[in-house]
Ligand binder design. Sequence first.
Ligand SMILES: C[S@@+](CC[C@H](N)C(=O)[O-])C[C@H]1O[C@@H](n2cnc3c(N)ncnc32)[C@H](O)[C@@H]1O
Length: 193
Amino acid sequence: MNPLRWAKDKVLHLAWRRGRYTPPDRRLFEVEILPALAREKGNDRILFVGVDWYTKGCAAAFEGKHFTTLDVAPEQSAFGGFAHVVGDLRELERHFKASEPFDVVLMNGVIGYGLDHRDDVDRALRACAARMRAGATLVIGINEEIPTHVDPMSVPSHRLFEPRSFHRWPSGRVMVPVPFRERTHTYLFWRRR
Ligand SMILES: C[S@@+](CC[C@H](N)C(=O)[O-])C[C@H]1O[C@@H](n2cnc3c(N)ncnc32)[C@H](O)[C@@H]1O
């Protein structure tokens, strides 16, 4: 990365941490995507995968609903919701019953940040499908320009889902330019077939 870009990245991350700046992808996620999901009829059981200091406020959009967080790293538990599970998304079936499927699974920033190989992503999508009701929504947030990115459309289990029109994105996809080394952040909206 060139030094100017590196410095801008550092300054903006510091401002974000201090509450003086919100990156455009997060603003879209928190201000539009989460509230639009919460408004949709039938979205009562929500699974939020991967937590960090900046995800603590995400539960607020789903007040009164069953909101569960999941992270494979025990040290992230402090950032989890009231109902938090330490576990691997690839083994979701071990942690949740088939009789209580999710209406929404949020998988933002997990591909490329732990799920870094095609087999990981294939297993994770298959496990999600096994614990989602037919018609449930899967939101996948990806940074398509990072070296660890895996295209979720490239794995066999993507066929368990189909893109869905969501909010103001009829194609079920929106790409946001970000002022960080990742350059872009893309959200995909899929429906469990
Ligand atoms: C970039 S961070 C936070 C992502 C957050 N969901 C968001 O909205 O930005 C990625 C998190 O995903 C977790 N993670 C990575 N692989 C995972 C897996 N297989 N199962 C559950 N959590 C995983 C990591 O431990 C890390 O805390």
